[in-house]
Design a protein around this ligand. Structure first.
Ligand code: MN
Length: 236
């Protein structure tokens, strides 16, 4: 099939740079874990009891991906545009019903990510039992750094994760505080989906989420993975 076979240009391949490589990593799906740090679940008034609850997920379209360093316009439809700093797991091998002890084999690498959120729309949807798409799955809402190949990092189970707005720290936690760790998330998610190379998993945000406004500069860091930056532009 050539482009002449399509009524208009097919979707581009959404992709991320890979540290130390000329090749870019094509992105397939963007899975996001909800409420995966206790202190964040509590600040959202939805505490988590791991003994009786399972993780849950939502999805952002690959077209929402934006590379770190960008300026994105303040999004339409919201007056409460929030940051969520997250570790991103990059899947590099197919996996279905993966055992926890084998979950690490699926990890191609890691990135730092921002799960940008129209919090007002998300909370309206939550209270009314409606889907979260308007709050979560909107244009330019999935910010991501270059991918760091797993190398000697192994399955990350500790390390600082933090975020600043205009240089002031807003989020500061540690990957060891994940409610469901990376092995558990990969194993659980793979019972619902056939995981494939290029799937991203945003693993959840710690406490301290908050609103930003045009002109704000967001920076963030995950130990061993890297630094992320995003500037909030004027509303369209
Ligand atoms: Mn999130």
């Amino acid at each position: 099939m050539t482009q002449d076979n399509y009524a208009w240009s097919p979707n581009p391949v959404y992709s991320l740079p890979v540290r130390g490589s000329e090749q870019r990593l094509p992105v397939k799906r963007i899975f996001c874990v909800g409420r995966n740090y206790h202190a964040h679940a509590i600040e959202m008034n939805r505490p988590v009891d791991k003994a009786t609850m399972r993780p849950f997920y939502f999805i952002k379209d690959a077209s929402t991906l934006v590379e770190s360093g960008a300026t994105v316009p303040y999004p339409t439809g919201t007056a409460n545009y929030h940051f969520e700093m997250e570790l991103v797991v990059v899947v590099g091998k197919p996996g279905f019903r993966v055992a926890e002890e084998n979950a690490g084999e699926l990890i191609y690498g890691y990135a730092a990510g921002l799960d940008m959120t129209r919090r007002d729309l998300q909370l309206v949807a939550r209270e009314q039992g409606r889907p979260w798409d308007l709050g979560k799955n909107f244009e330019k809402s999935a910010i991501c750094t270059e991918v760091v190949p797993v190398g000697d990092l192994g399955v990350l189970d500790k390390g600082a994760i933090n975020l600043q707005v205009n240089g002031e720290t807003k989020q500061s936690s540690d990957l060891s505080k994940l409610i469901w760790d990376l092995r558990e998330i990969i194993a659980d998610l793979s019972t619902f989906y056939h995981l494939e190379p290029g799937d991203l998993i945003y693993s959840g945000t710690p406490e301290g989420v908050g609103a930003v406004k045009p002109g704000d500069v967001i920076t963030g860091h995950v130990d061993g993975v890297g630094d992320i930056a995003l500037t909030v532009g004027a509303a369209e």
